[in-house]
Design a protein around this ligand. Structure first.
Ligand SMILES: NC(=O)c1ccc[n+]([C@@H]2O[C@H](COP(=O)([O-])OP(=O)(O)OC[C@H]3O[C@@H](n4cnc5c(N)ncnc54)[C@H](OP(=O)(O)O)[C@@H]3O)[C@@H](O)[C@H]2O)c1
Length: 254
């Protein structure tokens, strides 16, 4: 898929850039000319994606980071600035979840999901926004989900963490608009990655789930990328505090 936005010279930081949707977003940003910092806990995955980007004459630096540790978030931002001298784009994509009915959810389970999906995005955005403000502006894109606006059984705390991230998107957008920082969200529907493997790994379950999606199938990671690139481009200069759902019509059918 050819990507047409011009992001030449921009410094972009993508969390969870080593696989799935984060990998696809990183490749898309690199194809448009952005220089990438890729962050997650798994060095081999980050190095593989950085290698793919470099093989196409792009620029990418892996930075192994555990986003649940605030000192590591500080170090990630320092490394980004040391490496590229600036940060123009931040994509808060990393997230975790597990299937657990709310009645059985332990306090540390709640903390792990909220710390990764919401608190880390806040801490990283706050740190990066200070730099973007001094630079004259920037773009922050938070990856949420259709589950941010729709209830469901089994992953309640994941839904709640993403609903909180959606609201955080709006509040950051309002507070940071005077700094010329646009903050938006992209909410995927079910997308074929390791995250959703328990669904598409079982053909019967996949068929059942796909039947409820107007497009009749799950999304591919590459199909989430266009909305993110648009929100990082000049074409979206006047859009902030918004969410774009890339879901094959899932929410329209709710
Ligand atoms: N796939 C779907 O159906 C779907 C649907 C709606 C929304 N989404 C959203 O899309 C985004 C990407 O999901 P995906 O499907 O691509 O998932 P994935 O393949 O499981 O990737 C998640 C990424 O987050 C990183 N991560 C998790 N915890 C981390 C931590 N503590 N520190 C640093 N990195 C961490 C993981 O890397 P390490 O484990 O190596 O650290 C991994 O790179 C998420 O925000 C998810 O909520 C996905």
């Amino acid at each position: 898929m050819a990507r047409n936005y011009d992001l030449s010279g921009k410094g972009a930081l993508v969390t969870g850039g080593g696989k799935g949707i984060g990998r696809a977003i990183s490749l898309g940003l690199a194809e448009c000319g952005a220089r990438l910092i890729l962050a997650s806990r798994t060095k081999e995955e980050l190095e593989k994606v950085a290698g793919e980007i470099k093989a196409k004459e792009g620029d990418a630096t892996p930075v192994v980071t555990d986003l649940m540790v605030s000192e590591e978030i500080d170090r990630l931002v320092e490394t980004t600035i040391k490496t590229y001298g600036r940060v123009d784009i931040l994509v808060n994509n990393a997230a975790r979840s597990f299937l657990r009915p709310l009645m059985d959810l332990r306090e540390d389970g709640w903390d792990k999901i909220f710390d990764t999906n919401c608190k880390a995005a806040f801490l990283l955005s706050r740190s990066v926004a200070k730099i973007m403000g001094e630079q004259g502006g920037g773009r922050i894109v938070n990856i949420t989900t259709v589950g941010a606006v729709r209830g469901g059984a089994g992953m309640g705390v994941y839904h709640a963490s993403k609903a909180a991230l959606s609201m955080l998107t709006k509040c950051m957008a309002v507070e940071w608009a005077p700094l010329n920082i646009n903050v938006n969200a992209v909410g995927p529907g079910l997308t074929k990655t390791a995250f959703s493997q328990p669904i598409w790994g079982n053909p019967e379950v996949e068929q059942m789930v796909a039947a409820r999606i107007p497009k009749g199938r799950l999304g591919e990671p590459e199909e989430i990328v266009g909305a993110v690139l648009f929100l990082c481009s000049d074409d979206s200069n006047y859009i902030t505090g918004e969410s774009i759902y890339v879901d094959g019509g899932t929410l329209a059918n709710t």
